[in-house]
Design a binder for this molecule. Sequence first.
Ligand code: SF4
Length: 182
Amino acid sequence: MNINDKDGRKIVDIIQRYAQKHSLWVLAYGTGCGAIEIPPTMTSRYDAERFGITGRPTPRMADVLLITGYLATKTLKRVIRSYEQMQSPKYVIGFGSCTINGGMYWDSYNTIKSLDHYLPVDVYINGCMPRPEAVISGFVKLQEMISDGSANGWEKYRDNLDLYRSQQKEVIKNWQMPDYNW
Ligand code: SF4
C-alpha cells in the first residue's frame, strides 16, 4: 500500500484513525432494558477497555453515543440534545432490536420505531437483549469502519440537518431547543 501522497495527508489520516479507533469514549444512554448488559461488558469479565473502549460522563467528553434500547419520544428529545453537544467526529451505536424497528414496542403509541430516522446510526447491534460478546463485536465493527473511513454518520447528519430536523419535529411536538451548536 502506498501511504504517501503529495501533502502527506494519507499517512496523517491513517495515524489519526488508528488513534481514534483505539480510544472510543462512550456516553451510554441507558434508555431501555438492554442497559443491564453494559456493566458486564465494561467490567472485569469482558473488559471492553482492552479495546480502548471506556465510559465518559458527559456528551462533550464522548465520541460514541450508545443508545441501549427503546426510546420514548420524550427521551428522544434529550438524546438529540446530547448528540448535538458531542464534538465531531462522533459515532452512534443502536443497541437492541428496539432501536432497529421498535422491537416488542413496535406498536406503542409513544416510542420511536427506527433510530436512524432521527440520528445517524453507524452500527446497529441486534438482539433482545444483546449479550456482551455482541456488544463488543459491534464496537469492533465500528473500529473497522473508522479505519476504512466509512464511519461518517456525523457528516451525513451535518449535511442533511434539515431532513433530520423535520423528521425529529414530526414526533417531538414541544421542540423548544436551540437549533444547533456545532
Ligand atoms: S431490544 Fe429487548 S432488551 Fe433491548 S430495550 Fe428492547 S425490549 Fe429491552
